[in-house]
Write a protein that binds this ligand. Structure first.
Ligand code: PRP
Length: 179
């Protein structure tokens, strides 16, 4: 375990098993269609790669970045599109892949974004959900894990851009971000 980690919340094996289930759900949901899978960078990158390999589907991949956090641990509360999609999603079934729904502000922003872009449908899969932190009413269609309100790192999640490559999800030691 990384020395900055207090404890492991979700192990590599637990994540892999649940990602497999999410993949099976997607296979049913998108049978007979070719959705555009959108990775909301950067936190979703690791989950996106695993999820799409777990789901045996014909998909296109696209990438964008909506962000509300700077290098701080606290959200500024104003999500904005930092990097736009490469392609049009007009008339397409979109599968949005998120790493976490926290306050919900990012997801609300993205729902509006895909509506404005003329997507035919939007399905949201999130690795994590932190219901205790929600400030706007919004949910993903499929959540892998509902988690406690702790500072999480790993499997895509960062603190000040570090720890994204840890293969598990851990709780960051307070001493690291309260320095
Ligand atoms: C994180 C995460 C979600 C969002 C969730 O992104 O990836 O997109 O915050 O928070 P919310 O529900 O409170 O809006 P972040 O802005 O940290 O960027 P990153 O993915 O590049 O780390």
């Amino acid at each position: 375990m990384h020395p900055d980690c207090e404890r492991i919340l979700l192990s590599e094996n637990e994540i892999a098993a649940r990602v497999k289930e999410a993949g099976a759900w997607l296979e049913k949901k998108f049978a007979g269609t070719v959705p555009v899978a959108v990775c909301n960078l950067k936190g979703s990158a690791v989950f996106f790669a695993d999820l799409l390999r777990a789901a045996h589907l014909d998909v296109e991949m696209d990438f964008m970045a909506v962000s509300s956090y700077g290098a701080n641990a606290v959200s500024s509360g104003k999500p904005y599109v930092k990097r736009d999609l490469f392609s049009s999603v007009e008339g397409r079934d979109v599968l949005l892949v998120e790493d976490i729904v926290d306050t919900g502000r990012t997801l609300i922003t993205l729902r509006q974004f895909f509506k404005e872009r003329g997507a035919k449908s939007l399905t949201v899969v999130s690795l994590l959900d932190k219901p205790a932190r929600r400030v706007v009413e919004v949910e993903a269609d499929f959540v892998c894990f509902s988690v406690e309100d702790a500072f999480l790192i790993g499997y895509g999640l960062d603190y000040a851009e570090r720890y994204r490559n840890l293969p598990y999800i851990g709780i960051l030691k307070r001493s690291v971000y309260e320095k």
